[in-house]
Design a protein around this ligand. Structure first.
Ligand code: CAA
Length: 262
């Protein structure tokens, strides 16, 4: 029985997966990621599912990142396992023989933005906000976000966003090509359902052949060869003091006092 992940059939092969942990703005804990992974493995094998919509529950967030309070006291090897689990979830989304759509109606930050970037495309409402704020916590994006973001917006803009940890709103996300258009908040999920339905009516074989071909092209600057390097760099930061300070500062709701290089 899942505690955090719920699926619903919307008809004609369209399914919706909702991440439901509203009290923590749907933050990705280990348990949540494990549930998500096993649900995605089942969906990948389910021939009745053609298009999967991924969304967060509640008014405010798609997903506000990996669970900072849980990461706060992780050892280096625990952080490496956590990063690898996040990668496994993102690769499942990216590679499954279904169309995956991230429906972002609020915060998509850190691991949440990384999850959205691993979907085939993102639909964003006027309240969508994106960002990779990890450096403000003394770490780096650990679920493939640097590479996938760079692929979409280019190296210099991705670097500016990652180094500044800035949040961007829907209009800027559209201007950067992260989303195609800004969709009104009211009726957003109906719109998402209609987009999914339109795709589901086409030949799944043809759509997935196109997905595989486009993924192969993207793999030329892809995530696969970089997973080990990212897991290593992400987890090594858990040996320094800035990660502890950054995450303690978040939990104590105060600005961090970083020492500099780890
Ligand atoms: N982890 C754990 N708890 C989180 C969380 C997260 N990523 N994001 C929000 N929460 C919790 C808050 O602690 C708070 O809990 P309490 O009510 O118990 O205090 C609750 O969710 C509501 O959050 P806020 O009160 O902060 O809501 P807000 O509207 O004032 O701010 C926000 C919203 C700007 C999204 C803010 O919550 C925030 O900055 N969250 C963290 C975003 C972030 O840094 N994400 C990156 C995480 S690191 C990562 O993802 C690493 C990786 O790549 C693997």
């Amino acid at each position: 029985m899942n505690k955090f992940i719920f699926t619903q059939a919307l008809g004609s092969g369209v399914w919706q997966l909702t991440i439901q942990r509203e009290a923590a703005l749907n933050a990705l804990s280990i348990q949540l990621l494990e549930e998500l992974k096993s649900k995605l493995e089942a969906i990948a094998k389910d021939e009745s599912i053609r298009v999967l919509i991924v969304r967060g529950s509640g008014e405010k967030a798609f997903v506000a990142g990996a669970d900072i309070l849980e990461m706060q006291n992780m050892t280096r090897s625990e952080a490496a396992r956590f990063s690898r689990l996040g990668h496994e979830v993102c690769l499942l989304l990216e590679q499954m023989p279904k169309v995956t759509i991230a429906a972002v109606h609020g915060f998509a930050l850190g691991g949440g933005m990384e999850l959205a970037l691993a979907c085939d495309f993102i639909l964003g409402s006027e309240k969508a906000q994106f960002g990779l704020p990890e450096v403000s916590l003394g770490v780096i994006p650990g679920f493939g976000g640097t590479i996938r973001l760079q692929r979409v917006v280019g190296g210099a803009i991705a670097k500016q966003l990652v180094f500044s940890g800035e949040r961007i709103k829907a209009v800027e996300a559209r201007d950067l090509g992260l989303i195609r258009q800004v969709i009104p908040q009211e009726g957003f999920f109906d719109y998402v359902g209609a987009v999914a339905l339109k795709i589901a009516k086409h030949s799944l074989g043809a759509v997935i052949a196109a997905k595989k071909l486009m993924n192969e092209f993207e793999e030329s600057v892809g995530i696969h060869p970089k997973v080990d390097a990212e897991v290593h760099r992400f987890s090594s930061l858990f040996e320094g003091s800035d990660q502890r300070e950054g995450m303690a500062a978040f939990s104590e709701k105060r600005p961090p006092r970083f020492k500099g290089l780890n």
